[in-house]
Design a protein around this ligand. Structure first.
Ligand code: 8YV
Length: 319
């Protein structure tokens, strides 16, 4: 069979403008809304690059069907849904989209922290349903400024969250795989101790097997009845059932969650729990940041196909 020669297999859309730009510059096989994508992969035996996303992921099976694959350019900072081990076995390089989303994700962490502490979501409903007139004064909430901010994961996003904490005059400590002496914050090597110390614990570490359920029942209880848990990272980091029981029993003060286990499934129980403020996994979802992320994917493809090097490779950082 005579196939056109493709440079790029595209498994995830980058938005119309960027999809068009990619297709104008390179010979692209778009498969993101193709129900027969697996069969059509055979046409891309010469493709050097795969474009995908953290949502779409990349399996070992797909990698094995692309004999000429040299680089994977993924949309999103997380890459736990990509089979990185399979890429490393074949010396395939991988890029993600770091930095451009740090500040928007940190902003959302703060929005959730403030919502959970000051109960702005409940207050909004209180006013709009007329309860201000019928019931009167709104119950007191929790002070934010000057409190203790614990951060799990002091990467770029953790740093951006910590920096905002300074604006609220907070004492910041963190737990991380390793100490970061290049930051002004205090390292706490034991997560449970960080939770005991903190008023607010914000999760900003990567997902995947290494962090699965590290925020367990003991950590949640250590945060305590007045503590607030914020998660803008991955639902897999938190033992969700333990968190819910702690909230129901009054052993945890509140939670602000952008991410859940098994998204987009939301436990029915959550719908009636005012102690949980929810967002639908939108940390990076502003017009500006989404544009920057797609541009960075495009830049990585362009850089790899013209110079043989990625702009933002993850492989080096894994070493
Ligand atoms: C999400 C993210 O992909 O970059 C990441 O790793 O989690 C986010 O950008 C996005 O919010 C849609 O799920």
């Amino acid at each position: 069979m005579n196939h056109p020669v493709y440079d790029v297999v595209q498994l995830a859309s980058l938005g119309k403008m960027f999809d068009d730009a990619l297709a104008t510059r390179f010979r692209v096989l778009p498969l993101w809304d193709d129900p027969h994508a697996m069969e059509h992969l055979a046409a891309a035996s010469a493709a050097k690059v795969v474009v995908t996303s953290v949502r779409r992921g990349l399996s070992r099976d797909i990698i094995s069907r692309l004999p000429a694959l040299r680089a994977v350019c993924s949309w999103g900072v997380g890459y736990e849904t990509l089979d990185v081990a399979a890429t490393q076995e074949r010396n395939i390089v991988v890029s993600n989209t770091p930095e451009v989303l740090d500040d928007c994700v940190a902003d959302l962490a703060w929005a959730l922290l403030l919502t959970a502490a000051r109960r702005t979501n409940i207050g909004d409903r209180y006013v709009k349903t007329g309860q201000w007139q019928t019931i009167g004064a709104f119950p007191l909430s929790t002070r934010v400024w000057g409190k203790r901010l614990g951060i799990l994961g002091m990467g770029r996003i953790g740093m951006a969250i910590a920096q905002r904490g300074k604006g609220f005059n907070m004492d910041v400590r963190y737990n991380n795989r390793r100490e970061r002496p290049d930051t002004p914050y205090t390292f706490e090597p034991v997560l449970q101790k960080l939770a005991e110390w903190a008023d607010f614990l914000v999760i900003a570490c990567p997902g995947g097997p290494q962090t699965h359920h590290i925020v367990n029942a003991a950590v949640i209880r250590a945060l305590g009845p007045k503590g607030i848990l914020v998660n803008i990272a991955r639902g897999s980091v938190v033992e969700q059932e333990a968190m819910v029981s702690a909230l129901q029993e009054g052993l945890l003060g509140g939670a602000g969650l952008d991410v859940l286990e098994n998204e987009p499934t939301v436990p029915a129980l959550f719908m009636h729990m005012d102690q949980i403020a929810l967002m639908p996994h939108v940390g990076s979802a502003t017009h500006e940041t989404r544009q920057d992320m797609s541009q960075l994917v495009l830049d990585n493809v362009e850089s790899f196909l013209t110079t043989g090097r990625l702009r933002t490779p993850i492989n080096e950082r894994l070493a």
